[in-house]
Design a protein around this ligand. Structure first.
Ligand SMILES: *[C@@H]1O[C@H](CO)[C@@H](O)[C@H](O)[C@H]1NC(C)=O
Ligand SMILES: *[C@@H]1O[C@H](CO)[C@@H](O)[C@H](O)[C@H]1NC(C)=O
Ligand SMILES: *[C@@H]1O[C@H](CO)[C@@H](O)[C@H](O)[C@H]1NC(C)=O
Ligand SMILES: *[C@@H]1O[C@H](CO)[C@@H](O)[C@H](O)[C@H]1NC(C)=O
Ligand SMILES: *[C@@H]1O[C@H](CO)[C@@H](O)[C@H](O)[C@H]1NC(C)=O
Ligand SMILES: *[C@@H]1O[C@H](CO)[C@@H](O)[C@H](O)[C@H]1NC(C)=O
Ligand SMILES: *[C@@H]1O[C@H](CO)[C@@H](O)[C@H](O)[C@H]1NC(C)=O
Ligand SMILES: *[C@@H]1O[C@H](CO)[C@@H](O)[C@H](O)[C@H]1NC(C)=O
Ligand SMILES: *[C@@H]1O[C@H](CO)[C@@H](O)[C@H](O)[C@H]1NC(C)=O
Ligand SMILES: *[C@@H]1O[C@H](CO)[C@@H](O)[C@H](O)[C@H]1NC(C)=O
Ligand SMILES: *[C@@H]1O[C@H](CO)[C@@H](O)[C@H](O)[C@H]1NC(C)=O
Length: 825
């Protein structure tokens, strides 16, 4: 069989290669009533941007052909529109795209229409279908008719091109939505789609099987989607929302029209924006949502379980196997898994013993089919066992949840993830005998760790009891003091002396009963539960390093969440760098080294890597000797999901964020490296990176440094004028060098924090840094810089009542953070 297929396909592949080589150089851009597109004939838009014709997706093993539009110049054939996505033809030379009764139709090998433009008939004559340079395929009656009779932009497949609309026409009830391909080799309508809220708000939804929404952009407010704060950082796309004449839609254009870009509903269930990089001949992911692959609803199909950052991302739960391993190999998991061994209760004559339940620990549970009150977990189990259609149960706090039918949207989690539960899965008894050893091991581990846990708890209990006595009324957890709100109220004189504020809460000066001076941070909108808050806080409490601010205690009473830190008499670095005070060069350099040491400790020496996510001068505090102490670490985990929203919308943070924050890839410690680099530039200049100068022009200091470095210009000219030239030139060079390495676009190119420490200490030498790609863009287009400063981003909004557009935004560097990389993004 296989050999026969192979032989069969060879002439076909050869034919394709030949046809590609012999492409006519002067192809037309349209077809008229008596012309036909067939075989290898294609038409090309007048500016040679897009090409239309038959194509075959995927490997040469497929016999399915489609009429489609792809980029003419992009070497990697990238299809943006497909006519007959759900009705492929197998032989293009025997099929034809032609006019018939005023419609453009695709006839298959048997001359049967499989696709049509389906417009009510119009007089024949000067009908003409043209592929345009914007990627739109339009059908017009005569060259001068302004309104197309039909256009491909009204029927997008999975790609939204600049200039086309996504929305609905309330008069015709017609909608434009994007539906992902089934898999990379099949453009057929897949399960994931992106559409405007059918209820009429301006929010976009990503849906599974057109019924289940799993992501929302939030409504369009102030020129951005409320739940996509990273849009503020977008400097490429000009989005507008239009509501007029009974229609509402979004459209977008590129600020730089020569940038090739597309917005796709991807087979992965994520919406993605790509730009084409001609230099590397590849598509560069600019933005994607949902951020986590496993947030895509039912990605792994029935009985499939998703594990973030694993490869493959989907697996079948125990006792199940992929329904189609062929599809799973293509990363199309939606077919899901099937049971390996039939349940005993399904057999007319039960054999092999009664069904049993297997524990799947740490799961994000699927939506239950039923939930009821029970006395205990045994009752829950027997409730499920009695009914053969019950295939799984989960018990917690006297509630029994049971499932029947397919189990969808399961995720493997880690024990610390919120909402993690245990699922008991019904399996045939024989599944247990075949994995007896495994189960034994699991039990062994469980028993073993339970014993360890009990010992630890006992020791802790004893310690706590002792501490409690020492603390004189105050509860003590580990090295942390648990304060009462009233105490902190007194200590801070009812929060009267404010030291600073930010998106996560304000900081107040206070004095404890033993007259130690402290800084009390009042957290805003912490979404964590009580237990998790305490866990996170005690983790932060164990982190001690000379360059990290020390947490002394906390208060948690309902929504009142406060953190108590050591007080730093010299305040935060920004006050010294950007204002009248002058920090001498030696101090600046020592602060740079100390900060790097503190961050290296957070990234590499803690039990769990902690990504700070918000490195900026405001978060570097100075003690009496100007020794730097990094503040606010560990907040990403305290705030959970809320964190990135707050961070990306907070004033004074954007200029330090790494590009990962918008591209949607996981955030790692290298995001901190980026922010640290951005801050180093400010050590040199003594000014904010993106300040507007007196004559109104905006100079982006990192560009200036990178240019000076690459042209070997006078590096001293970059130095803060307040220093009057008093600086060690070698150190200055080193700092500029490190800063340029830190802000490289590729995370792998950025050095680690411990490398930075070594470079600054002179232990490690470093080469000349390459120019970061994003800075090149800045050199070319100064208009983008306008969007970079925060003050101008708000004034740039278009106040037209009908059309609102995002002219806001900043530069390629954006970003924010999280803690442990497993929790990233
Ligand atoms: C289409 O057919 C008509 C008459 O059959 C002919 O006059 C005309 O030149 C043809 N057009 C093209 C583009 O071949
Ligand atoms: C052409 O399409 C019709 C209708 O979809 C189908 O029945 C027929 O088998 C197709 N012919 C070929 C050769 O595929
Ligand atoms: C064309 O319209 C008819 C009826 O209006 C519908 O049944 C058919 O599915 C449509 N075909 C296409 C390709 O949209
Ligand atoms: C189309 O418009 C052009 C210029 O306006 C005119 O010269 C030409 O005659 C028109 N063609 C038709 C078919 O109306
Ligand atoms: C909406 O549909 C109606 C009816 O086809 C059409 O007249 C109108 O122009 C459409 N609106 C837009 C903005 O395309
Ligand atoms: C949309 O409307 C339906 C029916 O009015 C309602 O049940 C549903 O909750 C609404 N969805 C949203 C997202 O508002
Ligand atoms: C999608 O929904 C349809 C009904 O709307 C249903 O028949 C089909 O089974 C669903 N697909 C999956 C994969 O569940
Ligand atoms: C953004 O798009 C709107 C609406 O299409 C347009 O009016 C505006 O000029 C565009 N802005 C830029 C900077 O291109
Ligand atoms: C909008 O829709 C309403 C009701 O369907 C209709 O009366 C009105 O004429 C429409 N307006 C336009 C501009 O199409
Ligand atoms: C078994 O469970 C299914 C699904 O929950 C339910 O519809 C059915 O009524 C149950 N049968 C019995 C006998 O309880
Ligand atoms: C627009 O993009 C092109 C290609 O990426 C680049 O060569 C050009 O310099 C850019 N123009 C501006 C004004 O940014």
């Amino acid at each position: 069989m296989e050999t026969r297929d192979g032989v069969w396909l060879m002439p076909c592949a050869l034919f394709l290669i030949l046809s590609f080589v012999s492409q006519p150089s002067m192809a037309a851009d349209s077809i008229s009533v008596n012309e036909t597109i067939s075989g290898d004939k294609t038409i090309v838009s007048s500016g040679e941007v897009f090409r239309l014709g038959f194509f075959r997706p995927g490997k040469a093993t497929s016999s399915k052909h489609y009429i489609g539009i792809w980029y003419n110049k992009v070497s990697d054939q990238t299809v943006v529109w497909v006519a007959n996505r759900d009705a492929p033809i197998s032989d293009p030379s025997a099929s034809a795209l032609k006019f018939s009764n005023g419609n453009l139709v695709l006839l298959n090998e048997s001359r049967i229409p499989v696709w049509s433009t389906n417009i009510s008939s119009t007089p024949l004559g000067s009908l003409r279908a043209t592929i345009q340079d914007d990627g739109n395929f339009v059908l017009k009656n005569g060259p001068n008719s302004s309104k197309p009779l039909w256009q491909s932009f009204d029927f997008p497949t999975d790609t939204w091109l600049p200039g086309s609309k996504l929305g609905r026409n309330d008069t015709t009830k017609q909608t434009q939505s994007l539906t992902a391909w089934k898999n990379p080799e099949d453009p057929g309508s897949g399960l994931f789609s992106l559409e405007l809220d059918p209820n009429g708000t301006s929010a976009y939804f990503i849906m599974w099987n057109r019924t289940r929404q799993y992501w929302s952009s939030g409504p369009w407010v102030d020129n951005m989607f409320s739940l996509v704060p990273e849009m503020r950082l977008n400097y490429l796309y000009n989005f507008s929302f239009v509501t007029a004449n009974n229609e509402s839609y979004f459209t977008y254009s590129m600020y730089n029209a020569s940038v090739i870009s597309r917005f796709v509903m991807d087979v992965s269930g994520q919406a993605k924006q790509f730009t084409w990089l001609e230099s590397s001949k590849q598509w560069n992911l600019f933005w994607g949502q949902p951020r986590q692959q496993c947030e895509v609803y039912a990605l792994c199909g029935a009985f499939g379980s998703c594990t973030e950052n694993s490869s493959p991302i989907c697996s079948c739960v125990t006792g199940f196997e992929p329904k189609s391993s062929l599809e799973w190999d293509l990363k199309e998991y939606s077919g899901g898994c099937r049971r390996k061994t039939k349940l005993a209760c399904e057999n007319p004559v039960p054999s092999g013993g009664a069904d049993r339940f297997l524990l799947e620990p740490y799961m994000k549970l699927p939506d239950p089919s039923q939930s009821m009150a029970v006395a205990n977990d045994r009752d829950c189990e027997s409730l499920c066992l009695r009914n053969c259609s019950c295939i799984a149960y989960s018990y917690k706090d006297r509630r029994c949840e049971i499932w029947s039918g397919d189990l969808l949207d399961m995720r493997k989690q880690s024990p610390s993830d919120p909402g993690t539960r245990s699922l008991y899965l019904r399996l045939a008894a024989s599944e247990f005998s075949s994995r007896k050893r495994n189960t034994g091991m699991i039990i062994g581990i469980v028993v073993g760790s339970a014993a360890v846990l009990a010992t630890v708890l006992a020791v802790l209990f004893l310690l706590l009891r002792r501490r409690r006595i020492v603390g004189k009324g105050k509860t003590v957890e580990g090295s942390l003091v648990a304060f009462e709100y009233r105490d902190l109220q007194n200590a801070t004189k009812n929060f009267s002396h404010k030291l600073g504020g930010g998106g996560f809460g304000s900081v107040f000066k206070g004095s404890l009963a033993d007259s130690t001076i402290v800084a009390v941070k009042k957290l805003e909108s912490v979404s964590q539960g009580e237990k998790q808050f305490r866990t996170e806080v005690s983790t932060i409490g164990t982190i001690q390093h000379v360059n990290l601010i020390r947490l002394r205690g906390f208060c948690s009473e309902g929504s009142k969440k406060l953190l108590v830190y050591d007080y730093m008499p010299n305040g935060s670095l920004d006050a010294h760098l950007f204002h009248d005070k002058v920090l001498d060069w030696k101090t600046r350099y020592q602060i740079a080294v100390g900060t790097a040491r503190g961050l290296a400790y957070l990234h590499e020496k803690c039990r769990e890597c902690i990504v700070h996510c918000d490195i900026k001068p405001e978060n570097i505090l100075l003690d009496a000797q100007f020794c730097p102490k990094v503040a606010d670490f560990g907040l990403a985990k305290l705030f959970g999901r809320e964190f990135s929203r707050v961070l990306t919308t907070m004033r004074g943070t954007r200029g330090y964020l790494a590009p990962e924050w918008i591209s949607g890839v996981a955030i790692t410690a290298k995001a901190d490296v980026f922010s640290y680099g951005m801050m180093l530039f400010e050590f040199v200049s003594g000014r904010r990176n993106s300040e507007q100068s007196e004559d109104g022009t905006i100079k982006f200091f990192p560009s200036l440094v990178a240019n000076t470095m690459s042209e070997e210009g006078d590096i001293r000219s970059l130095l803060d004028s307040k220093l009057q030239g008093n600086a060690d030139v070698e150190e200055l060079k080193k700092l500029c060098n490190v800063a340029c390495w830190c802000i490289q676009d590729e995370e792998v190119q950025r050095p680690s924090m411990s490398n930075i420490v070594q470079i600054l200490e002179g232990v490690l030498e470093v080469n000349k840094p390459p120019m970061p790609r994003s800075l090149l863009a800045f050199n070319d287009s100064h208009e983008h810089l306008v969007f970079f400063t925060e003050s101008s981003s708000s004034s740039s909004s278009n106040q037209n009542s009908k059309t609102s557009s995002t002219t806001s935004s900043s530069q390629a560097k954006s970003s924010t953070s999280t803690t442990s990389s497993s929790n990233a993004a």
